[in-house]
Structures are given as C-alpha cells and as structure tokens.
Write a protein that binds this ligand. Structure first.
Ligand code: ADP
Length: 286
C-alpha cells in the first residue's frame, strides 16, 4: 500500500509518503480467520518463489494453517499494489502471479485430501478452471459442504454453482453477479439450483436466503474503524461454525460477530478475531 498526495499521471514520477506491506489474499485471509477461530485448516493454492512467498507461507503457518499442499512456482507471488491518495480514493493493480497457475492439473493433484474435508471454502482469486475441476470431481454424496465466496465477483452465468451449497456475496458483489438483470432475478436464478445464499450486508449484518425460507441476522453494534477483511473474517467464521455443526442461524450470528470484530482493527489478517472474543461479543449482546 502506497499513501500519496496525488496519483501520478502517465509518464510522471511521484513520491509516496510511505509503503506498507501486509499479507493478504481472500483465500489466505479466510484460512487465517478459520484457524484463529479454532478450525483445523489446510490451505490449497500456490505461492511464487520470491521473498513474498516465503513470508506468506510463514504467516500462514504461524497462524496455524497447514501449508503442506501449497506449491511454489517460479513466478512472482500473487499481490496487489494499492495507491491511496489524499482524498482516500484508491487505485489498485493486482498481479495474479502464482495464483494464476492454480488450474485443473493442480486441482486433480490435491483433490483427494480436499474431498475428505468437512467444509470446502472457495474464492474466485484463482482460475475458474481449477475451481470447476474440484467441483466436478466431488461426488454428489459424502462430500464436503461447499461454501463459495464469489469474490472478486463475475457475472453469475460464469460461476460454477454445481455442488456449491452456500454462496456468500456482499451487496456490491450481488450487483456484479446480477450483471444486467435485477438482483431479484439473479437471486431467483441462484435459488433455482441447489445453492442457498448468505448475503453479507456490512453494518446491517447478513441475510439467509433459500428457495423456501429467508431470514435476517442483525449485525453486532461495534465502532467500525477499518472494514477491510470483515467479509473474509465472516467467511472463515462461517466455515468454522458449520464444521462445528452449528445450525444456520447460530452460524451466521457467529460469522457476524467475527466480521464485526474484524472492523475494529486495521488490515485484514492483523484484525482477525479469536474464538473467545467472538463468543464474548455474542454473549454480551444476548
Ligand atoms: P465485505 O467485507 O466483503 O465487503 P461486508 O462489508 O458485508 O463484506 O462485511 C462482512 C460482515 O462483517 C457483515 O456481514 C457483518 O456481519 C460484518 N460487518 C461489516 N461491517 C460492519 C459494521 N460496520 N458493524 C458491524 N458488523 C459489520
């Protein structure tokens, strides 16, 4: 992240006030959140053979995430360069790097341990081909419950919903999923499959939407400072709650509490809540 007064114009050189590096990526953030909340977590994906790859692997391992299945590739690690100007506007450049290599071949290789897990939590920061492959290989019965975070969002017709049990967009992502349809039409299209939706609604909490039922779970009242990573904390927490066989409404409460706590600190992985802080917030608000 570079903080600067004004964005450089083409051909211009400009000075930034500072340069901060922090580990991120939706998959990594969600894995760290799930491990921090007491889940037994294995991460699948790839890192580059650069120094960022070393740091990212170390931070995952330190957070309790199993990294044995993360491969190293002779390209750069995936990263995002974020420029923030004096008005707080941002310009972001992302490099897929090693993330771009997580395709069908890798999916086939790691499919066996994945298929034995209780919950499979997927995001869209790696190629769709790999995601599609894993979903295709999963059996119809006796498979992990699949949660897909459709982020970064793409139009619905490109998302493989087959064997996805829960889709977790935020409201902005729901708009992108819907593309030129109304969000109601997009929700209807999703619900015509076996997939249910848990819609993340920021300070309003979350909404559970299934074909035959729908309910709202209010947010916890916290003083939000930086909402970066709230959605990732929510998803990691949801996975842990469902792996503990929580009923859906309790699982969403747990995820709401994790998301709320994540808004109280800066950054994504540094503001991830622990199981005890989540339980405490839930108890205080009873
Ligand atoms: P994302 O981080 O993907 O944009 P949201 O902003 O919807 O997703 O946040 C994810 C979850 O975090 C919400 O569903 C909610 O539970 C919690 N959350 C986010 N912002 C707040 C807030 N201001 N107050 C309380 N909870 C929040």
């Amino acid at each position: 992240v570079l903080n600067l007064r004004d964005f450089p114009r083409p051909g211009q050189t400009t000075k930034a006030r500072n340069f901060d590096k922090s580990p991120g990526g939706k998959g990594a953030n969600q894995a760290v959140a799930a491990a921090g909340l007491g889940g037994e977590v294995s991460m699948y994906g790839a890192l580059g053979d650069d120094s960022y790859g070393d740091v990212l692997r170390e931070t995952l391992a330190k957070s309790g995430v199993k990294t044995a299945n993360i491969e190293r590739r002779s390209v750069s690690s995936g990263l995002a360069i974020v420029m923030v100007d004096k008005n707080g506007e941002n310009e972001i450049v992302t490099v897929a790097g090693a993330n771009g290599t997580v395709k069908s071949k890798y999916a086939e290789k790691v499919f066996r341990p994945i298929s034995k897990s209780k919950i499979l939590l997927l995001q869209l920061e790696t190629p769709l081909a790999g995601i599609r492959k894993v979903l295709n290989l999963l059996p119809d019965k006796g498979r992990p419950k699949v949660i897909l975070d459709p982020a970064p969002a793409i139009p619905l017709d490109q998302i493989p919903l087959q064997k996805v049990d829960i889709l977790t967009p935020n409201e902005k992502e729901l708009g992108i999923l819907s593309s030129n349809k109304t969000t109601d039409a997009a929700l209807k299209a999703i619900l015509s499959t076996e997939t249910t939706i848990i819609l993340k609604q920021g300070e309003d909490g979350a909404e559970y939407i299934a074909a035959d039922s729908k309910f709202h779970v209010p947010a916890y009242d916290v003083k939000a400072e930086d909402t970066t990573g709230a959605g990732d904390a929510f998803n990691g927490a949801l996975a842990v709650a469902l792996s503990n066989d929580y009923k859906t409404d309790k699982a969403i409460k747990f995820a709401n509490a994790a998301g709320a706590i994540a808004t109280k600190g800066n950054g994504a992985q540094s503001s991830i809540p622990t199981f005890d802080t989540v339980k405490k917030l839930m108890k205080e608000s009873e």
